[in-house]
Design a protein around this ligand. Structure first.
Ligand SMILES: [Cu+2]
Length: 148
């Protein structure tokens, strides 16, 4: 019985990967309260591959996800999600991608992803973190170190 359940799980997993041609989707919740405190993206960090997507889900209302301009690879179109709406972003180039919730930027509501080795704009992103509002700086510093 247990064996057959495991087999089904393995087949479903394989199909999910094949269907998306090897690309993965990360789901990120936008929350009023999470494991690390108030106004959070959960998870707040990720290491991803070129072609992967991130789906921002407004689990609680009043949040959006948008580009942190100074933490964005050159040549990738900036994005700005609508308040309270789900938004999917495809990460098309290697680099560091910073996202903020505009209403809660000063409360440190941020998400950062490293795609590939992250090198093209890693130094630029680190410099931008140093200039972010205090609570955003505090979280981004920890988060950036975690994926470096
Ligand atoms: Cu928010």
């Amino acid at each position: 019985m247990l064996k057959s359940v495991l087999l089904v799980g393995a087949v479903v997993g394989a199909l999910a990967v094949a269907g998306a041609a090897g690309a993965a989707e990360l789901q990120v919740k936008m929350l009023n309260s999470g494991a690390r405190g108030m106004m959070v993206f959960e998870p707040a960090t990720a290491k991803l591959k070129v072609g992967d997507t991130v789906r921002f889900i407004p689990t609680d209302p009043g949040h959006n996800a948008e580009t942190i301009k100074e933490m964005w690879p050159a040549g990738v179109p900036e994005m700005k999600g609508v308040l309270g709406k789900e938004v999917v972003v495809k990460l098309t180039k290697t680099g560091v991608y910073g996202f903020k919730c505009m209403p809660h930027w000063t409360m440190g509501m941020t998400f950062v992803a490293k795609v590939g080795d992250g090198k093209p704009n890693a130094a630029e992103a680190e410099a931008a973190i140093a200039k972010a509002p205090p609570l955003a700086r505090k979280r981004l510093t920890v988060d950036f170190a975690a994926i470096k």
